[in-house]
Design a protein around this ligand. Structure first.
Ligand code: CTP
Length: 401
């Protein structure tokens, strides 16, 4: 992908170097456009060296590539598949939102017909100022995209929201905007459940399981990159991915309520959550003291989220996961029909497989029986393969089952 990186005048400009390295390593073609203010924080030589291209900007000394200097901003704007401004100051955001163009980057931003991504970074009060927020809203209205700033200690010493988002998150957003959509999911609303749930016994003790939520998060990314508007209902501690509307939940009950609230507006669900199957009958509000005699906890069943969605289903497709340690295909096939799913992805969890960061395998199963195994590959690639497989399945079996 051809990435045009606008770098403006903020202390976070030094992080543009790391971003360029990541993009180049991933095989993208990067060109940089540096504003005069940006050049006080990072040099054109740094950007040119890391990108392997001349650095463009208002100052002609920055570069020597000028096929036609009169229309340079148009040439560069047409060259790019994506224009990302990292970091973006309040000034460049305000200029573009108001149609002003007085240097190369601001003219490029008006001339651009490609996707535009903003990664703002500024003081917390500046970021919170209604004028900046209004300008961001204007840019979102132009279908531009934003990687929102993070919270923490800012360069000025104040604490709050305004730090440039992590370079990894900006990199992810650029990759997501450049991904090739699948027609089955373009513009569709997809709900993904992910992660473990926690069923609390008392203020310090909880019942949960070994799921991290990685596979479900990767499924949400894969659906996003396939063109869907994704809603992630997430248990556990992992960070939410960029560009995905995420609702954090703790218990099975909370996950169920979040899912049911979204369900009527969804086109489908991918249920990857490892929902705890039992909860204690009673939550003890005070920490339970240990006793010498054996203790008994009465466990009740948690709601089956997929079964509840199946009952409330109108037009949606349903894709489930089956974590099995024995009689793999038979057990997964039973879940497929019991929960009324279009397809189920069988995950072999015998001998501790399927958890953590290892490569993983999935066997897709439909009413026609099991298909060929996907993987073993890292979970991000596995999720993309699973989504591509499911798109193909929907193509052949368009929601009649
Ligand atoms: N699931 C769910 N709600 C539950 C339990 C599971 O929605 N209370 C979903 C999971 O997200 C997964 C599928 O159902 O998509 C199968 O989950 P799994 O844990 O393999 O099976 P269970 O239905 O819990 O059955 P068992 O534990 O007996 O194998």
């Amino acid at each position: 992908m051809k990435v045009l990186l606008g770098v403006t005048g903020g202390i976070a400009a030094y992080k543009a170097g790391d971003l360029i390295r990541m993009l180049v390593r991933a095989g993208h073609h990067v060109r940089c456009c540096l504003t005069d203010a940006g050049s006080r924080f990072i040099t054109p030589l740094t950007l040119a060296t890391l990108s392997g291209e001349p650095c463009f900007g208002a100052n002609p000394e920055y570069h020597e590539w000028r096929p036609n200097p009169r229309v340079e901003h148009v040439d560069l704007a047409r060259w790019a598949d994506i224009l990302a401004v990292v970091p973006a100051t309040a000034d460049i955001i305000g200029k573009t939102a108001n149609g002003l163009a007085d240097d190369l980057l601001s003219t490029l931003l008006l001339a651009a017909e490609c996707k535009v991504l903003w990664a703002p970074a500024m003081n917390r009060a500046m970021w919170g100022h209604p004028a900046v927020q209004k300008n961001i809203a204007v840019l979102l209205g132009y279908e531009h995209h934003v990687v929102y700033p993070a919270s923490g200690v800012l360069a000025c010493g104040e604490e709050g929201t305004g730090k440039l988002a992590s370079v990894e998150e900006v990199f992810e957003a650029i990759g997501a905007l450049g991904s090739a959509p699948l027609k089955q999911f373009t513009g569709k609303r997809v709900m993904v459940t992910a992660g473990p749930t926690h069923e609390d016994l008392d203020p310090v003790r909880t019942l949960t399981n070994r799921s991290t939520g990685r596979m479900g998060i990767e499924m949400s990314r894969a659906f996003r990159d396939a063109g869907a508007a994704v809603h992630l209902i997430l248990g556990g501690e992992l960070p939410a991915p960029w560009g995905i509307d995420t609702i954090r939940v703790r218990s099975a009950e909370e996950m169920l309520n979040a899912c049911l609230a979204l369900w009527p507006d969804m086109d489908g669900v991918c249920a990857a959550a490892a929902v705890a199957d039992q909860r204690p009958e009673r939550f003890e509000p005070q920490k339970v003291k240990k006793q010498d005699a054996p203790e008994t906890v009465v466990l009740l069943r948690t709601p089956d989220i997929l079964a509840a969605l199946s009952n409330a289903r109108t037009h949606q497709w349903m894709l489930g996961f089956a974590a099995e340690s024995e009689n793999l295909v038979q057990n997964a096939t039973e879940k497929l029909s019991k929960k009324g799913l279009n397809a189920i992805l069988l995950n072999d969890i015998s001998q501790g497989k399927g958890f953590g960061d290892h490569d993983n395998c999935l066997i897709p199963i439909t009413r026609n029986g099991p298909g060929g195994a996907l993987g073993p590959v890292p979970k991000n690639q596995l999720a993309r393969e699973a989504v591509a497989w499911f798109a193909n399945h929907l193509e052949i079996n368009p929601l009649k089952d």
